[in-house]
Design a protein around this ligand. Structure first.
Ligand code: SF4
Length: 392
């Protein structure tokens, strides 16, 4: 399998948790902050980055500003933050630097400023171009603003441009999703993410559905939408390279592929995860607790998980089955603790139902398999427990 990242470098994720208002479905760690990103937040990020200071400095070949709404930082503050991070890490000139942007923060001046600051890739949170769907999600930007943001970003010369779209939203039917995807695919985007709504308990949207005020699309409708979107995007030259992600040639997200291929990442900011030097840990989902951890120093923290070879293998299989490159058969055989003949018996139903194929010694899910990916993983993974999780 081609590695989509350089193992000698790390990926840097920076979580900026502030949002102008909160969307009713969201379960990310975020804080409502109509006044923007509080002064002093970047200094804490730089303080945390310094915990990873090394001589020579760590090489970074992808940076991802996520949130929250990191585009609330504005070009000047983002540029200064990148420059400060560049004093701790060696951010390669060829690095992919992604900024998540909400449509209402996109205008000609901000686009020019972000490019000037070093951002190479913009990911715009559109979610839908249907007013009723945006209302159910409590999104701030109306459809016209979202579409105008993507058009403006495309015209401004961002070579790498992505949009996020959401499926499985209450009230989304009658071709709404397909219409959104078709209109976006007409634009010069090189990447589109189509995430299925995950209804998180206690969110306002979850409460509205639980109270019977809104109804989720049924499984059959969701499956039809998934296959329709797949067809539309394939026709428009997009490759379905991950369960929820499509890219035109050269448009795959290098940063996210690093996660899916088990590469090293350093996470800065509350709730950010790091996978670094054989350890895995998440930062606290609280500004105060995260600030205390930064001030106390010490990386990795005492509660970081040690990544055993078994855990690394299991992650390679789980993440591998999410991407079109698939999971290595040898990893599966080791994970099952079986021989090739027994592995063939386990895999036979998946191949017979057309959920997967074996190519180049890798098990790759088909589009039908992507559609059923949770079921496929549930089918496969208990088989690894006797060996990979001896304590279970
Ligand atoms: S979906 Fe994005 S903009 Fe909305 S609350 Fe969550 S992080 Fe903020």
């Amino acid at each position: 399998m081609k590695a989509w990242f350089d193992a000698a470098a790390v990926g840097l994720y920076v979580h900026v948790p502030f949002c102008a208002s909160l969307c009713g479905y969201c379960d990310f760690f975020r804080v409502e902050s109509p006044g923007g990103v509080p002064v002093g937040f970047e200094a804490l990020l730089v303080e945390e980055a310094a915990l990873f200071g090394e001589t020579p400095p760590l090489q970074v070949d992808t940076v991802f500003f996520g949130g929250g709404t990191p585009s609330l930082l504005g070009p000047d503050r983002l540029g200064r933050l990148l420059a400060e991070l560049g004093r701790v890490f060696e951010i390669r000139p060829s690095a992919e630097i992604t900024l998540e942007a909400n449509p209402e923060t996109v205008n000609e001046a901000s686009l020019a400023g972000w490019r000037q600051a070093g951002v190479t890739r913009l990911s715009i949170g559109v979610q839908s171009l249907t007013p009723g769907v945006l209302a159910a999600l409590e999104r701030r930007a109306p459809a016209a603003t979202a579409l105008a943001a993507v058009e403006l970003a495309a015209r401004s010369g961002f070579k790498h441009l992505s949009a996020d779209v959401m499926s499985g939203v209450p009230g989304q039917g009658g071709g709404d999703l397909e219409d959104t995807v078709e209109r976006l695919a007409e634009l010069p985007l090189d990447h589109l993410s189509v995430y299925s709504l995950d209804l998180h308990p206690k969110t306002p949207l979850w409460e509205a559905v639980a109270a019977g005020n809104l109804t989720l699309p049924g499984d059959d409708e969701a499956a039809d939408q998934f296959l329709a979107v797949h067809g539309i995007l394939q026709q428009r030259g997009f490759e379905h390279y991950e369960v929820s992600n499509y890219a035109r040639p050269g448009g795959r997200s290098r940063h996210n592929l690093r996660y899916w291929q088990g590469g090293q990442t350093v996470g800065l900011g509350p709730s950010a995860w790091s996978r670094f030097k054989g350890r895995l840990w998440g930062n606290p989902r609280s500004l105060d607790a995260w600030t205390r951890r930064v001030r106390e120093g010490g990386t990795p923290p005492g509660d970081a998980e040690r990544l055993t070879p078994e855990r690394e293998r299991e992650d390679r299989v789980i993440f591998g089955l999410r991407v079109s490159d698939g999971a290595g058969l040898q990893d599966l055989i080791d994970l099952f603790a079986v021989d090739q003949r027994e592995a063939d018996v386990v895999l036979k139903p998946l191949l017979a139902h057309g959920y997967a194929v074996v190519e180049d010694s890798r098990l790759k899910l088909t589009v039908q398999g992507f559609l059923m990916s949770n079921e496929v993983l549930t089918y496969l993974l208990p088989r690894s427990w006797p060996r990979a999780r001896p304590e279970a």
